[in-house]
Design a binder for this molecule. Structure first.
Ligand code: SF4
Length: 243
């Protein structure tokens, strides 16, 4: 199995409960959604090359696509890494390829929009950490099919739920105009699948309004009625200029 990869680099996790851990990031191209606050470059026009960090801040180019064996051999070159973050884009578009990474030197940490349950089934036995988003109806262009995406997201959380082997947590992006009812409906669907819920205040870009601390604390209080652990954690990599 082969897959295009956009870039491979070392950084620290910038979001959620594993914030600050040193990770190897493997960024897949393409996404099946268009979120209003997306900070991932959309220019996937050149997928023929993947840039790989060979030394801190120095990159070399590898040809695409990668075989799973080739990616595993690249992962082996790194040391002192907490986990391999599979990010994008949407990694579950490449689920069959990810399934073949089960012998990775470091545990696999999936960052997903959770809208592809068939992909979730493929990777459920190989990912140790699941950082799953729950996208609400005003946050993405669902092209009139929000209910389907909502149900698919709930299914993906159920498939990738927390177990003794796997930590699964959910991240919901909060902007000032968040639909509270929609958010609580989402929390209801996944509350038994996750170890914790992260409310991530949106990083204001492109006219998206930041959430007030009053709103964040109000939502945290409401969510705590359903989920034992609810934390407010902003994106931190933006604070120190990391990738
Ligand atoms: S799911 Fe993630 S990568 Fe895809 S458009 Fe939304 S924010 Fe961007």
């Amino acid at each position: 199995m082969k897959s295009p990869i956009r870039e491979i680099f070392v950084s620290a996790q910038g979001e959620g409960p594993y914030v600050g851990y040193r990770q190897l990031f493997v960024r897949f191209p393409k996404c099946n959604l268009e979120c209003q606050y997306c900070d991932t470059p959309k220019d996937w026009s050149s997928e023929s090359k993947c840039r790989v960090e060979s030394k801190p801040g120095e990159f070399v180019e590898y040809d695409n696509p990668f075989s799973s064996e080739h990616l595993l051999s690249v992962i082996k070159l790194y040391e002192r890494i907490h986990s391999v973050s599979l990010t994008g884009g949407e990694p579950l578009l490449y689920a069959k390829f990810i399934k073949e990474l089960k012998t990775s030197k470091f545990p696999l940490y999936l960052e997903s929009n959770m809208t592809l349950p068939e992909g979730a089934k493929e990777v459920k036995d190989v990912v140790k950490y699941v950082s799953g988003d729950f996208k609400l109806k005003d946050q993405c262009d669902f092209k009139g099919h929000y209910e389907k995406y909502f149900n698919d997201t709930a299914r993906s959380f159920s498939i990738l739920r927390q177990t003794s082997f796997r930590d699964c947590f959910c991240k919901i992006i909060v902007s000032e105009d968040i639909d509270r009812e929609d958010m609580m409906h989402a929390v209801d669907q996944i509350k038994d699948c996750i170890t914790e819920l992260i409310l991530q205040p949106v990083t204001p870009t492109g006219g998206v309004e930041a959430a007030s601390s009053k709103l964040l604390l109000e939502l945290q209080d409401k969510a705590l009625e359903k989920v034992e652990n609810v934390r407010i954690i902003p994106q931190t990599h933006r604070m120190w200029g990391a990738l």
